[in-house]
Write a protein that binds this ligand. Sequence first.
Ligand SMILES: [Ca+2]
Ligand SMILES: [Ca+2]
Length: 354
Amino acid sequence: MIIHTNTDKMKFKTSLIITAVLLFIMSGNLLNGQNYDLRPVVTLNIGSRIGQLRAVPVKIGDKHPYAVAFLYSEEAEVDPWEGMFFFPKHTLKLAVMTTSGELLWRRDLGEGVVPGIWFSPLFAFDLDEDGVDELWIINNRDPEHPLNYHQYVLQKIDPETGKKLSEIPWPKPEVPQELSHLYRHFILGAYVNGNPLLLTAQGTYGPMRIQAWNKDMSMRREHIIPKNTPGALGSHVTPVGQPVSLGFDIYTTIPVDINGDGIHELVKGYFEGNGDLIDSKGKILGNIGGLSAMACKFTPAQGEQISKDGWIKIWADVNAKDNQKALNRYANPFYKRNRIQTGNGYNLFTLGGI
Ligand SMILES: [Ca+2]
Ligand SMILES: [Ca+2]
């Protein structure tokens, strides 16, 4: 969830209270009609208020094939644009939990890491092909100066322990640039002829750089897009796929096939919304009691699931039954790739078109 202004922060506080009341009221009466049965299936109490949350599925080998890595903070989302920037009073935490609700570890990233999705993306990707998704984040060797991008590093984190495995300097953005454009960072992944590549990128709207990294963290190539290059420079999403052959639709609500019938339901919302789950005709099927952070297949259970913001909760339709259409969708390589994109930018919407 992203909260940009003081007004939005007040709205968020109000929504927290409303959400708590709604949760209480709805605890025994979540859904009417059809065979939907939406319930929280994974719950983790992390002991603090959550102002922002990003969650990505992570596979820790056969030990925890379905785990969830998440970045969260008590602080609302800090945006680099001066019209929305504020000095955070809280830090960003990185954690991993299993889908049985066990917290494996948690790390405080400290005052050098700005709690905001554009400053601090999260990516889970098995670059070294050992069967375990390592976590990739941007950290700062100069914790007293959070905007000192000269000391930013790309870190590879062990998902089972939270320990740093390695780091390299984070590529520097083009300068001079205004604050808003300077701190827009992405960590992504790709496969070339079946071989994984880690991708990093800096910038939006102005000059941009994109790097591809081999599994030994040597740079394969860098692509520089100068300022004023013709074309789209302001995209906040980075869908993976072949749009020409597949076609993509991007929604402002979060699409989720909660019952596994191959047809999307929609949950409201991300920036604002009341957590209603609606079907393709607009009928309200249930409510998760507030904003959602992510929707995809988190657990081996049938259907897709929703991760709810405010609490670490994964909601599912316990009556879900995956049909062949849904199974084909989960098996689509672009579904798998986009499922891990949601810790970057506004990519949690892109799964809807796939
Ligand atoms: Ca690995
Ligand atoms: Ca459905």
